[in-house]
Design a protein around this ligand. Structure first.
Ligand SMILES: NC(=O)c1ccc[n+]([C@@H]2O[C@H](COP(=O)([O-])OP(=O)(O)OC[C@H]3O[C@@H](n4cnc5c(N)ncnc54)[C@H](O)[C@@H]3O)[C@@H](O)[C@H]2O)c1
Length: 249
């Protein structure tokens, strides 16, 4: 029960990695607010998480809207009586194209969720963490911030920005006892990754990791549990890369 007493807000909780993080946190005793645009997958994850006997509150909404972020923060204050932890996991994918071909609308659509959405989330939630005595912010980035793949300029640049943002948060909010880090998964076995390949087997074979397999969502969740727990009490302003050696080659 490494997260007993933690009050956590997870975005993208209906997704592959966000779902695994939600379940791992519930298993470790955290109370949770779970947010996602996809009502169906959100409710499925939350039903599973509730089986661990913790408080799990699903909130459907779009992170690009400020009213959603303020609702999440208000819910933390009113229903959890505070907030200790944010895990920002949602991702708005757009076409895999170089900047010369990517329509401006798609660039803006991705930015609106992947960076501005994170900004809005932090703007409304950090004051609640501060008034709760501090905590941990985990922004889920990617190994592709370090080693871009073709057609992912929008993605790599936004994930690189999250790494810088976490460092800046660490500097600005250390005085409020708030730690901030990124967690960078490598290629991970979930529907989002599998959708790029014709079979799961092919996806694993093309993982480009040193183990010739994809990471499992639970392996990413283990890192998030560490960053949320007091085991990482002196860890701030850095990145936890869990990529099976993808970037080591
Ligand atoms: N899967 C991988 O291989 C991999 C690798 C590196 C990094 N990551 C990162 O991990 C995180 C989770 O990825 P995943 O594979 O679980 O993706 P996923 O697509 O399974 O989950 C993302 C979730 O975000 C939600 N979402 C999308 N737009 C939203 C919006 N506007 N408002 C609120 N929610 C919205 C989706 O509904 C979805 O449930 C992402 O930040 C991704 O960039 C994933």
């Amino acid at each position: 029960m490494r997260l007993k007493g933690k009050k956590v807000l997870v975005t993208g909780a209906g997704g592959g990695i966000g779902g695994a993080i939600t379940l791992a946190f519930a298993k470790e005793g955290a109370d949770l607010i779970c947010a996602d645009l996809n009502k169906q997958s959100l409710e499925k994850t939350c039903e599973e998480a509730q089986k661990f006997g913790v408080k799990v509150l699903p909130i459907e909404g779009n992170l690009s809207e400020e009213s959603h972020s303020s609702l999440l923060a208000e819910t933390a204050e009113n229903e959890l009586n505070g907030l200790t932890t944010i895990v920002s996991c949602a991702i708005r994918d757009v076409s895999y194209l170089p900047v010369t071909q990517l329509p401006l609308k798609e660039w803006n659509d991705s930015l609106e969720v992947n960076l501005t959405g994170v900004f809005l989330l932090l703007k409304h939630s950090i004051p609640i963490i501060a008034s709760s005595g501090g905590g941990s912010i985990i922004l889920v980035a990617s190994q592709l911030a370090l080693t871009p793949k073709p057609g992912r300029a929008w993605y790599s640049s936004q994930k690189g920005a999250l790494r810088s943002l976490a460092k800046a948060l660490a500097v600005d909010h250390a005085g409020e006892n708030i730690r901030a880090n990124t967690l960078s998964p490598g290629p991970t076995a979930d529907d989002r990754f599998f959708s790029q390949w014709s079979s799961e087997e092919e996806a694993h074979q093309n993982s480009s990791t040193l183990f010739n397999r994809l990471g499992m969502p639970e392996e990413m969740a283990s890192g998030a549990v560490f960053l949320a727990s007091d085991d990482s009490s002196f860890v701030t302003g850095t990145d936890l890369l869990i990529d099976g050696g993808y970037t080591a080659k």
